[in-house]
Design a protein around this ligand. Structure first.
Ligand code: 3HC
Length: 283
């Protein structure tokens, strides 16, 4: 199946990034969130991202208008009807995702595939909320979606070969590089990356060095593009905390305990770039 109509659930950082790259590849997208306002804000964010591409002369103003015209922001799940692929990119909360997936499943076309952009939750467990777990797959994008080439494709226990193949072809069509990964908490990349960010927060809370020095250390000492604290701010401290909690619960291993300061910052509403404050101030 050649996917030409996609629905993305969630217009936040990941959702609007996914909608953008789909539309840039000529695919029509319905981007759904809790209200028209929130969905429109997602469209404004990606429109700003496209403006930067116009400014750099990577696309023309006409290209931008065409891309934006392919995206329909909506607050109604009814609008997923007709989509061949639905990508769930809601907040990283298991209960919320299960609820949304159930809602999607009731409106789905017979052959449509459901993908989830979860960062860490079991694909097999999320698949229990849909009638046909064979047509369910993990499709994990990285932030910022328009820049990061990788997509992890995760098979749940019941994901069929056909579903996996469709997901693989779709990921390649939108210009990303897929890797196939087994279902396990955090899959591969977050399994390695998130404990590193969490450890950087421990180092910071223990006063080993300033945030700037920790980040400079990792940039200059191990060739990271940005330091782990700046990366935590980019990913979102709430998302990082959710991922660490999934590891801690899933592996029953204390090495994955979230840094207390991470919990405290999330409690304070310091979520990183998206809230204007994390380990750095974003004005
Ligand atoms: N949207 C679109 N393009 C963006 C962007 C965004 N949000 N942010 C940056 N870019 C583009 C810039 O326009 C620029 O493009 P150009 O090279 O064509 O001019 C390019 O990226 C470089 O940007 P900058 O020069 O402004 O800044 P940097 O050199 O610091 O690069 C970065 C930005 C590419 C984000 C770089 O800092 C980086 O690679 N950081 C690490 C990102 C990373 O590791 N992401 C994974 C996080 S884990 C995750 O997402 C999983 C989740 O489940 C938790």
């Amino acid at each position: 199946m050649n996917v030409s109509q996609v629905a993305v659930i969630g217009a936040g950082t990941m959702g609007n990034g996914i909608a953008q790259i789909c539309a840039q590849s000529g695919i029509n997208v319905t981007m759904i969130d809790v209200s028209e306002d929130v969905a429109r804000r997602g469209l404004e964010t990606l429109s700003g991202s496209l403006d930067r591409l116009v400014k750099k002369e990577k696309i023309s103003a006409q290209d931008k208008d065409d891309i934006v015209s392919r995206i329909k922001p909506s607050a109604s799940y009814e609008d997923i009807r007709g989509a061949e692929l639905i990508i769930e990119a809601a907040t990283e909360k298991e209960d919320l995702k299960l609820k949304i997936l159930k809602q999607i499943d009731e409106l789905l076309d017979a052959n449509a595939v459901i993908a989830t952009n979860t960062s860490s939750i079991s694909i097999t467990k999320l698949a229990t909320s849909v009638a046909d777990p064979g047509r369910f797959v993990g499709m994990h994008f990285f932030n910022p979606v328009p820049v990061m080439k990788l997509v992890e494709l995760i098979r749940g226990l019941q994901t069929t070969d056909e579903t996996h193949k469709l997901a693989q072809a779709f990921v390649e069509k939108i210009g990303k590089e897929p890797i196939s990964v087994k279902n396990s908490p955090g899959f591969v990349v977050n399994r390695i990356l998130c404990p590193m960010m969490n450890e950087a927060i421990f180092a910071y809370q223990e006063g080993l060095a300033s945030a700037e020095e920790i980040d400079t250390g990792m940039k200059l000492g191990s060739n990271q593009p940005i330091g782990p604290l700046a990366l935590a701010d980019l990913v979102g401290l709430d998302t990082l905390l959710s991922v660490m909690e999934v590891f801690y619960d899933g592996f029953k291993d204390p090495k994955y305990r979230p840094a207390p300061l991470l919990q405290e910052m999330v409690d304070a509403g310091f979520l990183g770039r998206k809230s204007g404050r994390g380990f750095y101030d974003y004005g």
